[in-house]
Design a protein around this ligand. Structure first.
Ligand code: CAA
Length: 286
C-alpha cells in the first residue's frame, strides 16, 4: 500500500489542529489551510500549545516537538494544497461550507490519485462526494476529540467510494497515524454519534425538566458507568454548537424526536454558551 507523505488539512479548529498535530508527530509533511491569515496563525498557536503541553507532561522531547513543528506549514490560500496526496476537510459542521470547500478542493488538488476526506460528524458522505468530479476518491474520516488521545477513526465510504480509496485511507489511519478504525455506514451520525448524541440530548432534557442537577447527572455517569466524563461535561468539550449541528443533521435524516435538539441546547448556543471554547457551557472555564 502506498504511503501518504504530503497531507493537507483544511480548518485548524479543535479537530483540524489535532489531526495536523498527530500527523506531523508521525513524520508527515502537513500543510494546514485556514480561511484567513489570522485564523492560520491561531491554528499554529493552538498546535504549538498542545505540543508544548505534551513536552511538559514528558510525552514528547523538545527535539521531537521542534521536528513536528518544522513539518507543519500554514496557508490561507487553498491553492497551495495542489500537490497534496490526501486532504482532510475539518471545518465547521455546516453542510453549505463543507460542500463549497470540497468543490473547490476538487479543482485545486492536481494529483489524479489524491484522496479527499471529510471529518464531518454527521453529514451524509454521498452529499459531499457528489459535488466533486472524483466521488470514488472521497470518503469520511471521522476523528474524535481530543484527537491526540482518542484512538478511533470512523471510516465512512459513500456508495461511490472505491475499494482502493477505502483501503488507502485505512492504511493511512492505522499504519501511518497509529489509530484504530471502524467502518461505519453512510447514515447521518455514522456509528458513534448515532448512539452518543441521543444520550447527550437526553441529559440536556433532564436539566431542562429540572429533573436533576448538572453535576449530579455527570457524576452519576462518571461514577456509575465509569465514563471518563459525564454527558454535560462532554457536551462542553464537543462544543454545544457542534452538537446542535450534528443533532440537526440526524433529525433531518431520520425525523426521530430523540435526535431533535432540545430548546435549552438551542438557547445556550444562541446565547454564545458553546462550552469550553467560549469559556461557558454547562460549566464555566477559567
Ligand atoms: N491533547 C493531548 N493530550 C490530552 C489532551 C489534549 N487535548 N487532553 C487530555 N490529554 C491527555 C493528558 O495528557 C493525559 O495523558 P497522561 O495520562 O498520559 O498524562 C490524559 O489525556 C488524561 O488527561 P487529563 O488528566 O488532563 O484529564 P482527564 O483524565 O480528565 O482526561 C479526556 C481528559 C482525555 C478528555 C477524558 O476525559 C476523555 O477521554 N473524555 C471523553 C472524551 C470523549 O468522549 N471524546 C469523544 C467526543 S465525541 C467526538 O469527538 C465526535 C463527534 O463528532 C462529536
Amino acid at each position: 500500500m502506498d504511503t501518504i507523505t504530503r497531507l493537507g488539512v483544511v480548518g485548524c479548529g479543535l479537530m483540524g489542529s489535532g489531526i495536523a498535530e498527530i500527523a506531523a508527530c508521525r513524520g508527515l509533511d502537513v500543510l494546514v489551510a485556514e480561511a484567513t491569515r489570522a485564523a492560520a496563525q491561531a491554528g499554529r498557536r493552538r498546535i504549538t500549545a498542545s505540543l508544548d503541553r505534551a513536552v511538559r507532561r514528558g510525552k514528547l522531547t523538545e527535539e521531537l516537538r521542534d521536528q513536528a513543528l518544522a513539518r507543519l506549514a500554514f496557508t490561507h490560500d487553498r491553492g497551495d494544497l495542489a500537490n497534496r496526496q490526501l486532504v482532510i476537510e475539518a471545518i465547521a459542521e455546516n453542510r453549505d461550507l463543507k460542500t463549497e470547500v470540497l468543490r473547490a478542493l476538487d479543482k485545486t488538488v492536481t494529483d489524479p490519485q489524491a484522496i479527499l476526506a471529510s471529518n464531518t460528524s454527521s453529514i451524509p458522505i454521498i452529499d459531499l462526494a457528489s459535488v466533486t468530479t472524483r466521488p470514488e476518491q472521497l470518503l469520511g474520516m471521522h476523528f474524535f476529540n481530543p484527537v491526540p488521545v482518542q484512538p478511533l477513526v470512523e471510516l465512512i465510504p459513500a456508495l461511490t467510494t472505491s475499494r482502493q480509496t477505502l483501503e488507502r485511507a485505512r492504511h493511512f489511519a492505522t499504519e501511518q497515524l497509529g489509530k484504530q478504525v471502524v467502518q461505519a455506514p453512510d447514515r447521518a451520525g455514522f456509528v458513534v454519534n448515532a448512539l452518543l448524541i441521543p444520550y447527550l440530548l437526553a441529559a440536556v432534557r433532564m436539566v431542562e425538566n429540572v429533573a436533576a442537577g448538572v453535576e449530579d447527572i455527570d457524576h452519576g455517569m462518571e461514577l456509575g458507568c465509569a465514563h471518563p466524563m459525564g454527558p454535560l461535561r462532554l457536551l462542553d468539550l464537543i462544543g454545544l454548537d457542534t452538537a446542535q449541528a450534528i443533532a440537526e443533521s440526524m433529525y433531518e435524516e431520520f425525523k426521530e424526536p430523540l435526535y431533535a435538539p432540545p430548546a435549552l441546547l438551542r438557547r445556550m448556543v444562541a446565547g454564545g454558551r458553546l462550552g469550553r471554547k467560549s469559556g461557558q457551557g454547562f460549566y464555566t472555564y477559567g
